[in-house]
Design a protein. Structure first.
Length: 276
């Protein structure tokens, strides 16, 4: 397939691009703000060959930052998805893979989840109005061997442990959980979902895990002397996350990497990256 991809410099986009190219697909254009480009550049992008698929993985993904500054979620996520769908409509691209978030399934609502829900509904609207097929992917706390400049949880925990800094947990440490997904498993799920049409898929490692136990695991596996610090629950942040992945399981998805194994692999990468 001929594919346009956004967000190829992030964890998901980087691994996905490598997998697509390895399987013989051609990336016609790749757009990422870390290359000095953003979605607004789509307006000037010229394509000289038919494009089979647009994969939209670029987003602003930090909930706390989106609450502090709602324009981040609106401009990057809501407006970004609109620009992508308009590009598909004007250039007769028949299908989009849109990355939403498993957080839209939580009771907690914030500008980030609102922007992702808007993107989902926009995909459905463009299907009904313009015939553009869609697949919506809802990731759940994806992690793996990759230097994550977005500074998400496992990245932050591992780096802080290796540097002897506190690991911070926001909320009740006894009950706070997340459903983690190792990057290789996640990409396997995406590759299965790409072949589907007009469906939504939640993808996780199917392993809800207590965040305090995760912090303790990382400290033990790094041999760190870091302390764990408990802070007040953040505004509108889900405190218990378990994702129903039955739909993606029905088409053959089966996560292979346990959280413990995935954390070990990621720690080894970070040790080498940081020279420790």
């Amino acid at each position: 397939m001929n594919i346009i991809l956004t967000g190829h410099k992030g964890l998901i986009g980087c691994y996905l691009k490598e997998r697509l190219e390895r399987e013989g697909h051609k990336i016609m254009a790749a757009i990422d703000s870390r290359d000095g480009k953003n979605i607004s550049n789509l307006k000037s992008l010229k394509i000289d060959k038919p494009v089979d698929l647009f994969i939209h993985a670029a987003a602003h993904c930090k909930i706390n930052q989106s609450i502090e500054n709602p324009e981040l979620a609106h401009n990057n996520n809501s407006e970004g998805t609109f620009q992508v769908l308009e590009f598909c409509r004007k250039n007769k691209i028949p299908k989009i893979i849109n990355f939403s978030s498993s957080r839209v399934l939580s009771e907690e609502k914030n500008p980030y989840t609102a922007s992702k829900l808007y993107g989902e509904e926009l995909c459905k609207a463009y299907r009904q109005c313009y015939g553009i097929k869609y697949v919506i992917i809802r990731p759940s706390t994806v992690y793996g061997p990759f230097w994550d400049i977005t500074n998400r949880l496992i990245h932050k925990f591992i780096v802080n442990a290796l540097e002897g800094k506190d690991l911070e947990i926001y909320g009740n440490p006894e009950t706070k959980t997340l459903d983690f997904t190792y990057i290789d498993d996640f990409i396997d799920g995406v590759m299965l979902a790409i072949c589907q049409e007009n469906k939504e898929f939640n993808i996780s490692g199917n392993e809800e895990y207590n965040v305090l136990k995760l912090a303790q695991m990382i400290i033990a596996k790094t041999g760190s002397k870091s302390k764990i610090k408990f802070l007040r629950e953040e505004i509108a942040q889900p405190q218990q996350v378990r994702v129903d992945i039955s739909e993606i399981q029905n088409i053959g998805y089966k996560p292979k990497i346990s959280l413990e194994e995935g954390v070990e692999r990621t720690i080894e990468f970070y040790k080498k990256y940081l020279g420790k």
